[in-house]
Ligand binder design. Structure first.
Ligand SMILES: *[C@@H]1O[C@H](CO)[C@@H](O)[C@H](O)[C@H]1NC(C)=O
Ligand SMILES: *[C@@H]1O[C@H](CO)[C@@H](O)[C@H](O)[C@H]1NC(C)=O
Ligand SMILES: *[C@@H]1O[C@H](CO)[C@@H](O)[C@H](O)[C@H]1NC(C)=O
Length: 387
């Protein structure tokens, strides 16, 4: 477990965080331990029934909403495999292994319900209070949030570290769980140009965008409202370009990686008046992939509900295009679609896409809150048995 911060803050346990956000490999490594040893020994009959109810409801939900996806369950209480129809043409190749992406993906529902509940109750922005409350927070942790922090000798010179973080380090968290009501996370998929979601997106209480996504010239498709923008390393280093994307300059910029001297200089000298924060959450590195999932994570930690737009989630994937630029290298599109469908069927998000364009669409056979809650309680017991 991650060390506890001040009582008001809840911090995502790093093992879980790493497992849910770092992609399939870590999920499998982490979960194989869970799955092989559940045994049921210390779970009550009611707990096992709750897990079985979630698993059953979840499969129905995926079958009903997944546009061809099927959730296959076996004897294990936690494990499900989400499968694509066998005639699906898998296009994406891993750049290192050159292997084409598979058509089935294994997930662990117990781990997912427990971890995402933690996200929903967690603090989300790196604060001074958080670092101070960690045992040896400055020596062991702070330098990791600074680009080239490895050269700082574990923040031996504390004032130097503080200076580097000062422009992005509020004393206490500016945001708390459930601070916002209805939220929309908007991805950058070229699919956005197929449906005029603009007015619908603008009707949310808060809108989360990513990296260099513009609204100008695309408003009928993507809307104009922009409350938060999640930034990966590349976008964060081009902070000056990013702030030009939103005219009111009120947008809150959330950097998912590290603070960089280039950013500090821009914030001071341009100057950049938008609030800029570092996202707490997973440690850097494991979450390198997917600003999209990070945006959803951030939104879930401060919103009552999160609807997603502009993620590539419909059948017929060919190549990753952004709505505002040419074809780019994407990554793991089939894994992503399966993962988002899992999120939808766990009641975490609602998906909007060209093939799910009706704003009144309801998620069919969504397991009830009571079912999910009972399964979460059982899952937490199960996961604690592993510690
Ligand atoms: C999260 O917060 C809610 C509401 O405050 C609480 O009911 C629930 O038990 C919390 N969950 C965890 C895992 O702490
Ligand atoms: C520590 O960092 C501060 C701020 O950059 C600097 O002024 C000071 O000289 C440094 N101290 C040492 C001992 O290097
Ligand atoms: C919008 O279109 C105008 C005219 O073509 C162009 O000059 C401008 O750069 C575009 N803005 C964005 C954000 O693409």
């Amino acid at each position: 477990m991650a060390p506890r911060a001040a009582p008001a803050l809840r911090v995502l346990p790093l093992a879980l965080a790493a497992a849910i956000f770092s992609g399939l490999t870590a999920i499998l490594v982490y979960l194989s331990g869970v799955s092989s040893s559940h045994g049921g020994a210390r779970l009550s009959e009611a707990d096992l029934a709750a897990l079985a109810a979630l698993r059953g409801g979840f499969s129905k939900c995926v079958d009903a909403n997944g546009l061809g996806l099927k959730a296959v369950t076996g004897e294990d209480y936690c494990r499900v495999v989400i499968q694509y129809p066998s005639d699906t043409v898998s296009k994406w190749r891993d750049p290192i292994t050159h292997k084409v992406e598979g058509l089935s993906f294994e997930f662990n529902l117990c781990e997912a319900v427990a971890s995402w509940e933690q996200v929903r109750n967690s603090t989300t922005v790196l604060t001074k209070e958080y670092i101070d409350a960690l045992p040896n927070g400055w020596e062991e942790y702070a330098w990791r949030r600074i680009n080239k922090g490895i050269l700082l000798n574990k923040c031996q010179n504390r004032s130097l570290c503080m200076e580097k973080l000062s422009l992005v380090l509020p004393e206490t968290s500016p945001y708390v769980p459930h601070q916002f009501g209805r939220c929309a996370g908007v991805g950058n998929s070229g699919d956005l140009l197929k449906t005029k979601f603009g007015d619908e997106i603008d009707s949310y209480d808060a809108v989360f965008r990513e990296n260099g996504a513009p609204t100008q010239n695309y408003t009928e498709y993507v809307g104009t409202k922009s409350t938060f923008r999640l930034l990966n390393r590349g976008s964060a280093k081009a902070l000056d370009k990013v702030v030009e994307l939103e005219e009111t300059k009120k947008e809150i910029l959330i950097v998912k990686t590290t603070i960089h001297d280039i950013m500090n200089q821009m914030i001071r000298e341009l100057p950049i008046t938008n609030p800029v924060y570092l996202m707490l959450g997973t440690t850097i590195g494991s979450s390198a992939k997917g600003t999209g999932l990070k945006a959803l994570e951030f939104a879930l930690s401060i919103c009552d509900s999160v609807d997603m737009y502009g993620f590539t989630v419909d059948p017929g994937y060919k190549e990753w295009k952004r709505y505002f630029s040419e074809v780019r290298k994407g990554h793991t599109p089939l894994h992503g679609r399966a993962y988002y469908q899992m999120m939808e069927c766990l009641g975490l998000v609602k998906i909007h896409s060209p093939m799910r364009g009706d704003p009144r669409r309801t998620v069919k056979w969504l397991p009830t809150r009571a079912t999910i809650e009972a399964a979460r309680v059982a899952s937490e017991k199960l996961l604690n048995l592993q510690d």
